[in-house]
Design a protein around this ligand. Structure first.
Ligand code: B16
Ligand code: MG
Length: 218
């Protein structure tokens, strides 16, 4: 059987943790007197924790000391982790388990490719960790998306050539990273936003077993 490497982003692809990031960033922004909208939160998708705080400070025209920056990042993560602690498998996005099970049945290697430093905890909370042959997250990379590093490490761990890897991503930065890595990019979300992806689906309910077979056999 043909083997392809299937790489999944986490936030926005497997679970919707963006809402928890939003709550935590919003409280932080408020404490600095910065207005922070849900629209701006969209621009933080796929963006690392450090870059997210830099963006929020720039939107509010604020400069802070390095020590305060570190302290705020710690506080934000503490609050975010308190939401994560309450997560269960009910929060897995529709049809993600079906697609993972189909890939496992077809003996396809599967990796996570996420910017989050909390990815392992989240996968454990939603009981999906066992499905992954490799996990690459924010702790394993030195360069954030749109740099392709996260996906290239995943391909290496799966022992699959980049051109034989397929990436599922919900962020513009992630789609760019997959394209730069010379992988097949599949956008999950809004076509108007993810136009650079080779394929775009609203969510996994639109991804048929037939389509997965085609990806494996192409
Ligand atoms: P953490 P993904 C990304 O996850 C999120 O989309 C982004 O909003 C977040 O800032 C980033 O992880 C870092 O997360 O603070 O948990 O390390 O979409 O790449 O799975
Ligand atoms: Mg994402």
């Amino acid at each position: 059987m043909n083997k392809k490497g299937f790489i999944f982003d986490l936030d926005g692809v497997i679970v919707d943790t963006a809402k928890y990031h939003f709550l935590a960033w919003q409280r932080l922004a408020k404490s600095l007197d910065i207005d922070f909208t849900e629209e701006e939160n969209e621009q933080l998708k796929g963006v690392s924790r450090v870059h997210s705080l830099e963006k929020i400070l720039a939107w509010g025209n604020k400069t802070i000391s390095e020590a305060q920056f570190t302290e705020l990042m710690g506080k934000k993560n503490e609050e975010y982790l308190s939401y994560i602690a309450e997560m269960s498998s009910d929060e897995i996005l529709p049809d993600v388990p079906r697609v993972l099970e189909t890939l496992i049945e077809k003996q396809q290697p599967i990796s996570l490719g996420s910017a989050s430093k909390n990815a392992r905890i989240i996968l454990e909370r939603v009981a999906l960790k066992k499905h992954f042959d490799a996990i690459v997250d924010g702790n394993d990379v030195s360069k954030a998306k749109p740099d392709p590093e996260v996906f290239l490490i995943a391909a290496k761990l799966l022992n699959i050539k980049p051109k034989d890897c397929i990436v599922f991503e919900d962020s513009v930065a992630g789609v760019e990273a997959a394209n730069t890595a010379n992988m097949i990019s599949i956008g999950i979300g809004n076509e108007a936003v993810l136009g650079d992806a080779q394929y775009v689906f609203k969510d996994f309910t639109e991804i048929s077993d037939d389509f997965i077979n085609k990806l494996i056999n192409n």
